[in-house]
Write a protein that binds this ligand. Structure first.
Ligand SMILES: [Zn+2]
Ligand SMILES: [Zn+2]
Length: 145
């Protein structure tokens, strides 16, 4: 599997409790799509909010999916103001270096406000796990139709 940006081999890494394939050069990471337990999908069911939280920008990308070589499409996950690129063939997501760290910082701030007991890293890990699910990817795809 090659990095969509620098074409170097991606290495399996654990980052913020999530198993990803990351690039040693640009530090970006590839999140493969996974089939998840239905329970998790229910917990994170975006329902009617999905259209409000997902926004796609028209920024064209030249990055290719490490699996099928199709061009990745960029979208924004408004809930965490997170920009990601994804493969329309449901292979996964590409996250730039420090995007995840930035979101974690953001979530920590939020956590201090509402005093959530759940560890921020766990929450982030669960969010990413959810994004890797087929149902979430389908919702993203629908926005591009
Ligand atoms: Zn790279
Ligand atoms: Zn692909």
């Amino acid at each position: 599997m090659k990095c969509p940006k620098c074409n170097l081999d991606l290495m399996p890494t654990i980052r913020h409790k999530i198993e990803v394939n990351s690039c040693q050069s640009c530090k970006g990471m590839w999140l493969e799509c996974r089939e998840l337990e239905q329970l998790e999908d229910e917990v994170f069911d975006l329902g009617e909010h999905a259209k409000g939280t997902l926004v796609f920008s028209s920024t064209p990308t030249t990055a290719k999916c490490p699996e099928c070589n199709d061009l990745l499409k960029r979208f924004r996950y408004r809930l965490y103001d997170l920009e990601m690129e994804f493969c329309e063939n449901q292979h996964g997501y590409w996250l730039e270096d420090d995007e995840d760290t930035r979101v974690l910082e953001l979530m920590k701030k939020e956590e201090a406000d509402v005093q959530r007991k759940l560890l921020t890293e766990d929450k982030w890990a669960m969010t990413l796990q959810h994004m890797r699910s087929g149902s979430f990817l389908s919702k993203v795809r629908e926005l591009f139709r």
